[in-house]
Design a protein around this ligand. Structure first.
Ligand SMILES: C[S@@+](CC[C@H](N)C(=O)[O-])C[C@H]1O[C@@H](n2cnc3c(N)ncnc32)[C@H](O)[C@@H]1O
Length: 341
């Protein structure tokens, strides 16, 4: 075996959190939101945010090197990445997801060795129930959670609207659709679609609030609705397509199978189940993000990600005919299962 020439990959991995924290700080301070409205000099930013004069330039220039800001002479501006994803006024704003990483996941990962020994998830440590119990008892946490889910699902709205032939269906339900962002984006992209968000009762007021914002003057309000219930026990809405997005990764195998089976039973003949998650490659070698996300899910909700073959297997067992997997983006895989006519 030849010796690696450099330890740089180790240094980069070990200090990767420098970049994560620089990004989180920009969100927490409101710096990206500010710079998206207009360029500013280091002096202006230092004054507006009360930063220390000795640190401001190094911080801003780090963000330039990370391609989060651009710099023209002494003026800093938003880079294309920041202008698209870190501007709260933009449709693909993902700040809620980044804040969730900072607030909840970063501290949890600090105890990885302890977790690897105990296997005790945060949910288990806090209660005997599932991850929604404590979460939805607190309105502030509920909103943070919905912001986090939206900040990630928002990246999938466009690819899902484009990569599935929605022209051939009239209605869909997003099972575990949180406060309905994906439902609204799909329905907005395809003017003939009616969409239902099916989720637990505490999220309904947040759906009502969001639809006001997303609909504007359009007819979206009339084409989307919220159906409160539990997907384990209640009847599912009568639509042609069900979506289970970032839902199977919340549960252990037995409950994932139960969900896929319920979807099969309640879809009409010819209906379709769409499943997306950060699935693991079948060789369990390449999908570093999916594998690490699997540990993350174990840590926060006692569950895991799963391989593409496992996902296809549960769908076939239920009775679906499963199409070739589709890459929604670099991090997410879509499985399409059709219920025979
Ligand atoms: C990880 S989030 C995924 C949200 C969204 N689908 C996405 O792609 O970001 C899981 C969702 O499942 C919902 N959920 C959990 N248990 C549920 C249940 N028993 N019935 C319906 N929804 C449930 C949660 O409230 C949450 O909104």
């Amino acid at each position: 075996m030849s010796l690696p020439e450099t330890a740089t990959p180790l240094v980069r991995t070990a200090t990767g959190f420098f970049q994560a924290q620089a990004l989180f700080a920009g969100i927490e301070l409101g710096l990206f939101a500010r710079i998206c409205t207009a360029p500013a000099t280091a002096e202006e930013i230092q004054r507006e945010f009360g930063l220390h004069p000795k640190l401001t330039r190094d911080y801003l220039d780090s963000l330039v090197a990370m391609e989060l800001l651009g710099r023209d002479g002494s003026s800093y501006r938003a880079s294309p990445l920041t202008a698209t994803y870190l501007d709260p006024r933009k449709p693909e704003y993902m700040g809620g997801f980044l804040a969730h990483n900072q607030r909840r996941l970063y501290p949890a990962w600090g105890n990885l060795p302890g977790f690897l020994r105990s296997g005790e998830s945060l949910v288990k440590q806090l209660s005997e129930g599932d991850f929604t119990d404590g979460l939805y008892a607190d309105p502030k946490r509920t909103r943070h959670f919905a912001d986090a889910m939206d900040g990630y699902a928002v990246l999938l709205g466009r690819p899902l609207a484009e990569k599935y032939p929605w022209e051939s269906v009239k209605s869909f339900t997003d099972l575990g659709g949180c406060r309905g962002l994906l439902t609204m984006r799909l329905a907005a992209a395809h003017g003939h679609l009616r969409g239902v968000t099916f989720d637990l009762p505490p999220l309904e007021p947040l759906f009502d609030e969001l639809v006001e914002k997303e609909a504007g003057d359009s007819d979206l309000r009339d084409r989307v609705s919220y159906h409160a219930g539990s997907f384990f026990t209640d009847d599912l809405p009568d639509t042609q397509v069900y979506i289970l997005g970032h839902v199977l990764h919340d549960w252990v195998d037995e409950r994932r199978r139960a969900l896929v089976n319920r979807a099969f039973e309640q879809l009409p003949p010819g209906g379709t189940l769409l499943v997306y998650d950060s699935m693991i490659d079948d060789e369990r070698r390449d999908a570093a993000f999916g594998l690490l996300m699997s540990l993350n899910m174990a840590m926060i909700s006692g569950s895991s990600e799963y391989t593409v073959s496992e996902g296809i297997g549960w769908m076939k067992e239920a009775g679906f005919e499963v199409e070739q997997p589709v890459a929604l983006n670099e991090l997410s895989t879509l499985l399409i299962g059709n219920k025979p006519v």
